[in-house]
Write a protein of this length. Sequence first.
Length: 206
Amino acid sequence: MKIAVFGATGRVGQKIAKHIHEEGHEVKALVRDRNKAEVLIPFADIIIGNVLHERDVLEVLHGSEGVISALSTDKTTILSESMPLIVNGMQKLGVERIVSIGTAGILDSRYERGKYRFQSSESKRKTTFAAEEHLKAYQTIAENSSKWTVVCPTYLPEGEQQGGVRWEKNVLPLDGKKITTGDTARFAWDCFKDDNFFGTRVGISY
């Protein structure tokens, strides 16, 4: 199986790519920096390009059987601008499955009906820019795909797998505080292979 990975040199993306490779599948990655990619994901089919260029996105999607996006907001609008290109490209090429890494802020509030967490008193965010970017990306995916999952980790420190991951659909597990990049990557890859997670956000934490 060949998987298109966006954000494959990021903190979570590189770990997802390694799981894909270690299980005998192919990774096709769109990156800006070849040198960085060759160090972090040397096993991947590396395509140099820009996720905001439709031609580059289509090149990565061509021949792929699914998509994993671990793109971050990075204080830009790249996430919300690129996701329409990704889902439109998937539709053109008949690629159905997508898993995207979101944020716990776009899960439903447990206590304030009709609000996302980042809009509620559950959120400790000082700024909502990143959550709003993730919300736009999630809405684009949900409106244009059927076999989609958005994995929504809470506070995301760098770290390897620890196990003991709790998950819940559409809300954050009760009193969830953090989850490592390693466990987030493992969970996202497991989600990709599990049709029980089609059409939902999944909150994850310890």
